[in-house]
Design a protein around this ligand. Structure first.
Ligand code: CA
Length: 648
């Protein structure tokens, strides 16, 4: 063999060895607009994403590191399997009832330097990518700990962000953070002046130049994994999938995930489009997961009153709870939520009587519980009833005897697998005792509406309580509201506890905590914010001090929907959304900006119909009028700053 030939062969070997001989494999959506390609470069796996030929994600890293081997470098491509997914399902409790999920599937077999294999699975539907790692068993190795991931998202340079920072661990009130309560900031650059050292929570929304929108999130997180989030942008411009700070849960429990092999990671989801409609309407968090158990009964969703939001701790007594039970009965609401401190202020014996009273009025009961436990200092009772299986089942037996229908469990310890186990254990036990579950002081629900049949919603948002506590939150109320349908509430039910009709967010409705949004805006949020059980902030005085048409609207507004349609808007500026319950549509609009907004929106589903419209008058009060939607479906809206409208 000549010197020339030999050096050429070794050059080829070197190419193969270093992976510079990059193999590119690709998969497109059924409509061919969304395309994902994969390659190994220098032993490192990467993917990139384009939509209608325009780059949405540049070469973004893949891979993970386990205590049984590294799968982020020294990787070799072995081969691929292609397939399709075509799945129809019905789902209550989310933005739409009937979902038809069609995706092209690409599974890539990779091998690391020690000859251990993993598979990366991509499912690409018309506007959504879902991907995860599947880990086989490696000979006698039947368990591993996933320590970290290389998985990342590299956006083109001209990308703007809509992100919420991950809160510091064990900080804030009673060391109860992180609880996903930092407001989102719209239209911000990727490279921040003040870096977020804890990174950013899921979901994150990204505007890619003038060409696209990308919503990144995570779904399918059960007790078998930790919840992840996005890191701060790295030096080379990548947001990486990050695991919880070791300080979560008062430092107890590992970060990372313990997997039985074969095992899988959660799905990471990337919703992509050149407009905002597929972002608002996405159902990807639910399409790639399955129910983990059967509902023990048919759960009933609906509306609830709660005294705590406006009347606060002082109202946690028998007499005031009777007033809110009576209010729920007057409004024909299904529920009352009796919040923290009932255990000490009313006591278990009188609770039996109170719950019986509610039932005689046709009102069922949700009760508040502290999730603790030994992971933060949240002092409100009942404590130590939800954190162990023994205490929990004993308590739930009592709750079932009393006919309690649901619990609001508050103040969780963070995102570690340790805490994901607690969420799942509470849900699973609660189903055995016929209880629906709402989480507060909590992480983002990740596909839970479909995975857990008795899960009805999580807070994980700067919610109504902060409107009572902070003037700064009141000032940003409308701005924040116009973000949720595009981001937080796009991926999961959001238990906001809103629609506050007091002019002042205080019991006597005078002088303190002035609400800075209009009544029509408040009514609109009842439709804009999706949660199958809504705790509305209406108080007994509202029956006589707000116009009757507002109360009538709050009596009839549904809390579950068969369909959701994005009409118009821009996150942080304004939003117009339509939701359908049965054959009745509800259109809600909100203005997050400081000037009057005049809009002409197209509502084809309402063409030719005569409907009611509640709108802002000049002074901020609400009025109602009949409108006839013309054949072309075009309707004019005039929204005051912090204002809104509903059409129904
Ligand atoms: Ca909270």
């Amino acid at each position: 063999m000549s010197i020339m030939k030999r050096s050429f062969l070794s050059f080829l070997l070197w190419l193969t060895f270093t992976g510079l001989f990059a193999q590119e494999v690709a998969v497109s959506s059924p409509d061919k607009q969304l395309r994902l390609s994969f390659q190994i470069s220098d032993g490192k796996p990467f993917y990139s994403v384009s939509y209608k030929g325009k780059p949405m994600l540049e070469n973004s890293p893949l891979g993970l590191t386990t205590n049984a081997g590294d799968f982020s470098s020294g990787m070799k491509y072995l081969g691929k399997t292609e397939g399709t997914v075509d799945k129809k399902y019905t789902q209550d409790r989310i933005k739409t009832a009937e979902v038809h999920y069609v995706a092209n599937k690409l599974s890539l077999d990779l091998e690391n330097a020690q000859g251990k294999k993993i598979t990366v699975v991509f499912q690409v539907s018309n506007n959504d990518i879902a991907f995860r790692y599947e880990l086989p068993s490696w000979k006698e190795t039947l368990a591993c700990v996933v320590e970290k991931e290389a998985t990342g998202f590299k956006f083109p340079a001209a990308t703007i962000t809509f992100l919420s920072t991950m809160m510091d661990p064990m900080a804030g009130w009673a060391r109860t953070t992180p609880s996903y309560e930092t407001p989102y900031v719209a239209d911000a650059p990727m490279r921040k002046e003040k870096p977020a050292k804890e990174g950013y929570i899921f979901p994150g929304l990204f505007g890619v130049g003038n060409t696209g929108w990308v919503l990144v999130s995570e779904t399918g997180v059960s007790s078998l994994y930790c919840a992840s989030h996005l890191s701060e942008l790295s030096e080379d411009g990548v947001y990486t999938v990050a695991y919880p700070n070791p300080k979560h849960n008062n430092g107890f429990g590992s970060t990372g995930a313990a997997l039985s092999l074969p095992g899988v990671t959660p799905w990471r989801t990337i919703t992509v489009s050149d407009n905002l409609k597929p972002i608002v309407e996405t159902t990807i968090p639910f399409s790639v997961v399955e129910p983990l158990y059967e509902a023990s009964q048919k759960y009933k969703y609906g509306k609830s009153t709660w005294s705590w939001i406006i009347w606060q701790d002082n109202s946690m007594n028998y007499a005031d709870q009777v007033k809110f039970i009576d209010l729920a009965a007057d409004l024909k609401y299904e529920y009352i939520l009796i919040d923290a401190l009932w255990d000490s202020n009313i006591g278990k014996e009188r609770m039996r009587e109170l719950i019986k009273y509610a039932q005689t009025k046709g009102v069922d009961v949700f009760l508040w519980y502290n999730s603790n436990g030994g992971f933060n200092d949240a002092p409100q009772g009942p404590r130590n009833k939800m954190n162990t299986s023994v205490a929990r089942k004993q308590e739930m037996k009592w709750l079932r005897e009393l006919g309690v229908k649901g619990l609001k469990v508050d103040f969780f310890g963070g995102d570690k697998q340790e805490t994901m186990r607690l969420y799942e254990d509470i849900l699973s036990d609660a189903n055995d005792y016929g209880l629906m579950i709402i989480f507060h002081g909590t992480t983002l629900p990740r596909g839970w509406e479909r995975m857990y049949p008795n899960f009805v919603g999580s807070e994980a948002v700067l919610a109504s309580e902060m409107l009572v506590f902070n003037e700064s939150t009141r000032k940003e109320e409308a701005y924040n509201a116009t973000l949720h349908p595009f981001i937080r509430n796009a991926v999961g039910s959001m238990e906001f506890g809103g629609t506050l009709l007091n002019k002042y967010l205080v019991k006597n409705n005078q002088a303190r905590n002035k609400r800075l949004t209009s009544d029509a805006f408040q009514l609109a949020t009842a439709v804009l914010f999706q949660n199958p059980v809504q705790m509305f902030g209406i108080t007994p005085n509202n029956l006589s001090d707000v116009p009757a048409f507002e109360i009538d609207f709050m009596k009839q507004v549904p809390t579950t929907w068969e369909e959701t349609a994005f009409i118009d808007g821009y996150p942080g500026k304004y939003v117009v959304l339509a939701r359908r319950s049965g054959d009745k549509w509800y259109v809600a609009a909100a203005n997050g900006e400081k000037q009057v907004k005049e809009l002409t929106v197209t509502l084809p589903m309402l063409a030719g119909r005569e409907l009611n419209q509640i709108y802002d008058k000049e002074g901020g009060d609400a009025a109602i009028q009949k409108i006839r939607v013309p054949k072309n479906g075009k309707v004019k809206l005039r929204l005051m700053p912090g204002g809104g409208a509903v059409i129904f």
